[in-house]
Write a protein that binds this ligand. Structure first.
Ligand code: FAD
Length: 349
């Protein structure tokens, strides 16, 4: 029986997986080569939904919908237990033209997602035209969510090894016997790969058919005295996310540039140009950053046991929606550990 788990990677996925296991009474050690919550999960926007859900397959939307249904309760529980507020808010998302209205509304109806056709000036002073408003879409504030998850992990008795890098697995027969790190060799009954964009590289030949590669995303941060509007705005891949304290995030780019987290003037020019087309008076951004998404084909993550190694599991490759997917993915991983793998997200040979 597996009772003692070693999780590699302390982003939203690794931390949620760890907490799900600890809450079931398992023993968990989590290793991260940085401080936990400092990679993609920190860099993201915290929109709790796919951008245009109708662009994705049911494999993506069924996981995101399940997770979106779990998030408010998870955020409440985290605030209750840790005192750290992940700032979950059901702020709604306003989709600005141009968008595929017929496809979007048909998808919303088929998935019982509430939407309203609105005049843009009802939401944005002086803006002409019509849009689609989805009032139930929520956001979280990533750094706070990650701090709360980390605190909850510690409160539940998890063993945290930060600034320790996993290097390679020691394999014997069909089992992982240990994990070499830059400090020591670690052993456990079972191992969970949750190293985001780095998962496939770290697995090496043991990745089998798992396809995960880094896709860079850059963001801009603006600051106002008060939020300029209350809803997330989406216009053809550009999103604008107002926080309650007047910070506003603008994203993002999708760049296939390997493990390169630099920020670029091209991204600044592109994002700022798009923003100023909508809001010509906006000031200069106060910050720019980049993160590496764990890119996977069709945005479908890998969750479940390794095809050949009996004590290795994956929870990785969540690409654009790993924060959204984190609670439901942790639940699917737990199910797989307990013998019920959802074949939709299985590890391919
Ligand atoms: C700009 C941007 C905007 C985004 N916006 C959204 C959004 O609005 N909504 C949404 O749901 N998602 C969004 N995402 C996607 C989301 O952030 C990711 O899908 C999610 O964070 C992936 O989580 P993760 O835990 O798998 O990876 P990560 O958060 O990257 O965590 C992986 C961890 O593994 C650790 N690690 C790596 N290699 C090793 C090693 N060898 N040894 C030990 N530790 C290791 C890293 O240090 C890291 O902490 C966005 C991403 C970006 C970049």
């Amino acid at each position: 029986m597996k009772t003692d788990f070693l999780i590699i990677g302390g982003g939203a996925i690794g931390l949620c997986s760890a907490i799900a296991l600890l809450e079931e009474g398992y023993k968990v050690t989590l290793i991260d080569r940085n401080a936990t919550g400092s990679e993609a999960s920190w860099a993201g926007g915290g929109i709790l939904s796919p951008l245009c859900s109708w662009d994705y397959s049911e494999k993506v939307t069924s996981l995101t919908e399940r997770s979106m249904g779990m998030f408010e309760d998870m955020a409440d529980q985290l605030l209750h237990h840790t005192g750290i507020d992940p700032e979950y808010q059901r702020c709604g998302m306003l989709i600005l033209p141009p968008f595929q209205e017929k496809i979007a509304t048909a998808w919303c109806k088929a998935h019982q997602v509430i939407f309203n056709h609105v005049r843009l000036d009802e939401h944005l002073q002086g803006m002409q035209g019509a849009g689609l408003f989805m009032p139930d879409i929520a956001q979280v504030r990533n750094p706070r969510l990650l701090q709360a998850l980390r605190r909850r992990f510690e409160m539940l008795g998890g063993n945290m090894l930060e600034h320790q890098e996993a290097l390679s697995f020691e394999i014997s027969g069909h089992e992982v016997k240990g994990l070499s790190t830059n400090k020591e060799k670690l052993t456990a009954d079972a191992y969970i790969m949750a190293a985001g964009a780095w998962s496939k590289t770290l697995l090496g030949e043991h990745a089998m058919g798992m396809e995960v590669r880094p896709i860079r995303g850059q963001m801009l941060l603006f600051k106002f005295e008060a939020p300029p509007f209350s809803n997330i705005l989406l216009q053809k891949e550009l999103y604008i996310i107002p926080r309650t304290d007047g910070h506003v995030l603008v994203g993002s780019t999708l760049e296939d540039v390997g493990f390169n987290k630099s920020i670029t003037t091209e991204a600044m020019t592109y994002l700022l140009g798009r923003v100023r087309t909508l809001f010509p008076d906006w000031p200069s951004p106060i910050r720019q950053w980049a993160g590496l998404r764990p890119g996977s084909p069709d945005n479908i993550p890998t969750i479940g046991p390794h095809p050949r190694l009996s004590n290795l599991y994956a929870n990785c490759g969540h690409f654009r929606y790993g924060v959204t997917m984190s609670p439901a993915s942790a639940r699917l991983l737990l199910d797989a550990i307990q013998g019920h793998t959802d074949q939709t997200y299985r590890w391919r040979e």
